[in-house]
Design a binder for this molecule. Structure first.
Ligand code: GLU
Length: 422
């Protein structure tokens, strides 16, 4: 039996969490100690402070980071987030999760991640542009199409990627669309990239349901977070006949037994927050996670399913559209309770998969149709889901550990082939 007392003292530091996840999978694979030591820390981390002129004429200094975990399989890849809670350990952990994510879906990348400590909601468009350009300038020698390729993450979007690509290109004196992905289509962004994280997540949910002999029709869904991944997952699942009974953003959580009116919710979110929505019951954020639904999609930030609430999670399938929403202690509880967790490094890998397609198209200067992109994404996600599921079955372990194992096998094979370790 699990000791609830010990679970209460769990670490919520994502950097410690990812190291624990590596150790667990590495032990099952009998990886050499030297390989594990290389993997447990990022190879390079850059910390920058850069000044930005604000609209009122004052100058503010912003702090940001870029972490590159490991480049054994290729250049590092991963988003940039703008959020007040960004910190170095979080960025390091997120870069490591990116390595394992790319490994699971077999992309020729290692993991990277960046972040700027700021609350983008408090800035004018001009200020946001100057912050975006200022950060890219500060990291411009650290990134590049064959070095490290950023993308959108929490509170960043295609517009910001466009400004960053422009700044990098101007600094280097050449047009360089391959330096960043998730760009506006007109600047070399890929069709399908905006929906890719959610689309990939939905593919893994469909495969999980199939394994249980079920279909999405009439499945009930709760979605925590209504950003890019959460809102598009809601739309795609709704199209498949599922019933989205609860959604939330950072301010409010809403429940409607008959299903949320999604077009209205999206409209409300576009002009402000979900709280403008009528004909729904307001619930608290904790309640949303504990609803008696078929599918729960955490689609916001880290550490929302912890030792404290894991035992109260009722959803049969938990599909992690966010990075790091579940702690290792919570994982143990969910497994004991027979829940199927589709881990972040698999469930949300659709975003980086289409980022890879975008980068390939940029390097070729030849662009695909949306159908080509979606078909290829679908193929990658179905294949990866079953690769992970088979390994979990073989080792009698959970999907997260199996996903790490699959990824670690690829990364360590490349490390050995390069002569970095035995
Ligand atoms: N930020 C996304 C993630 O966490 C996408 C990364 C990318 O496209 O490079 O997977």
């Amino acid at each position: 039996m699990l000791q609830y007392d010990t679970l209460q003292q769990e670490s919520l530091n994502p950097y410690e969490i990812v190291q624990e996840q590596i150790e667990k999978a590495a032990a099952l694979l009998n990886l050499s100690r030297e390989a594990v030591e290389i993997l447990k820390k990022p190879k390079r981390v850059l910390s920058v402070n850069f000044p930005v002129k604000m609209d009122d004429g004052s100058v503010r200094v912003f702090e940001g980071y870029r972490s590159q975990h490991i480049d054994a399989l290729g250049p590092t890849k991963g988003g940039i987030r703008f959020h007040p809670d960004v910190n170095l350990d979080e960025v390091k952990a997120l870069s490591m999760w990116m390595s394992f994510k790319c490994g699971v879906v077999e992309l020729p990348y290692g993991g990277g991640k960046g972040g700027v400590i700021c609350d983008p909601h408090t800035f004018s468009e001009g200020e946001l542009e100057r912050i975006s350009r200022g950060f890219m300038e500060a990291i411009s020698d650290f990134v590049g199409p064959n070095k490290d390729i950023p993308a959108p993450d929490v509170y960043t979007n295609a517009k910001i990627m466009g400004w960053m690509m422009d700044t990098y290109s101007r600094l280097k004196g050449e047009v360089s669309p391959g330096v960043i992905t998730g760009k506006p289509i007109i600047l070399g962004g890929s069709l399908g990239r905006n929906e890719a994280t959610a689309r990939g997540c939905v593919v893994t949910i469909i495969e999980a349901l199939k394994q249980k002999g079920k279909e999405p029709t009439n499945a009930t869904v709760a979605i925590q977070g209504f950003g890019n991944a959460g809102r598009i997952a809601a739309e795609l699942l709704h199209e498949l006949g599922a019933k989205i009974v609860a959604i939330s953003d950072s301010k409010v959580a809403l429940y409607a037994e008959e299903g949320i009116n999604l077009p209205k919710a999206i409209q409300a979110k576009d002009i402000g927050t979900l709280s403008e929505l009528e004909a729904v019951t307001k619930i608290n954020h904790a309640e949303l996670l504990e609803l008696d639904v078929d599918i729960l999609i955490p689609a916001a930030l880290e550490n929302v399913i912890t030792a404290e609430n894991a035992d109260r999670i009722k959803a049969e399938i938990i599909a992690e559209a966010a990075n790091g929403p579940t702690t290792p202690a919570a994982d143990l509880v969910l497994r004991e309770n027979g829940k199927l967790v589709i881990p972040d490094i698999l469930s949300n890998a659709g975003g980086v998969t289409v980022s890879y397609f975008e980068w390939v198209q940029n390097l070729m200067n030849y662009y695909w149709t949306e159908k080509e992109v979606n078909d290829r994404l679908n193929h990658v996600m179905v294949r990866s889901y079953h690769n992970v599921s088979r390994l979990a079955e073989q080792y009698q372990t959970d999907m997260r550990t199996a996903a790490y194992m699959l990824s670690l096998l690829r990364i360590t094979e490349a490390m050995k082939a390069r002569g970095w370790c035995n």
